[in-house]
Design a protein around this ligand. Structure first.
Ligand code: 3PG
Length: 210
């Protein structure tokens, strides 16, 4: 599990989070990001067209790794498996999700914001977590504090990450990557400015990816 997630996250220090409002945006938006150099994406299950969008992105861009995000229940986890998710991301955790994730063929990046939630996942063998909502839950200070009792854990901080603060997060020892919606600004998506998104992705990929 840890190895699978590491191999995905090593490809991407920055993971764009996509919430697809119009199905027809899915492929051009994902293509702009992937061809810009950000090859690991998270697509949230927050809109009616999300599952269909993920299927289309998987088909059009087989070189990309697609995480299915905002998974709240084992039933949604199963849907993510069915559409070919490479990994599953949750905003928070429940016992049911932790348990389901252990036996699923698709690895989960569980969302936590406290040491107790981390410890609950730890018992199931989880070592990689989403730290959400990062900025609102103590940000850099909290991550540094987590390293004391749980030094093996690695995080993908999400929630309030921006072009400006990404660098500070990525410099922390227990941060493996960051994620966020800042790479898909509504102003560019609504204008179907795929070129603008491609440029933004390129700039970020050049700055952070090795
Ligand atoms: C998520 O689901 O991961 C968040 O909505 C992303 O947070 P952000 O919009 O603050 O980047």
């Amino acid at each position: 599990r840890t190895t699978e997630l590491d191999s995905i996250c090593l490809k991407a220090e920055v993971i764009p989070v996509l919430t697809i409002q119009r199905l027809e945006d899915a492929v051009p938006l994902a293509r702009a990001l992937v061809e810009g150099g950000l090859t690991v994406l998270e697509v949230t299950l927050r809109t009616d067209c999300a599952l269909e969008a993920i299927q289309r992105i998987k088909e059009a861009l087989p070189q990309a790794s697609i995480g299915v995000g905002t998974v709240l229940t084992p039933a949604q986890y199963r849907q993510a498996e069915e559409v070919g998710a490479d990994f599953v991301v949750t905003p928070g955790t429940t016992e049911a999700l932790y348990r389901y994730g252990v036996s699923s063929p698709v690895p989960m990046l569980p969302g936590v914001s406290t040491v107790s939630e981390l410890m609950a996942g730890w018992q199931y063998g989880y070592r990689r977590f989403k730290f959400f909502p990062a900025e609102a839950s103590g940000g850099v200070k909290a991550l540094k504090a987590f390293a004391g009792p749980l030094s093996e854990a690695r995080f993908c901080p999400t929630g309030g990450i921006t072009l400006e603060n990404a660098e500070v997060y990525l410099a922390i020892k227990n941060v493996m990557c960051v994620a966020g919606s800042w790479l898909t600004p509504a102003s560019l998506v609504e204008a179907e400015d795929w070129h603008g998104i491609h440029q933004l992705a390129r700039e970020v990929a050049q700055r952070y990816h090795h």
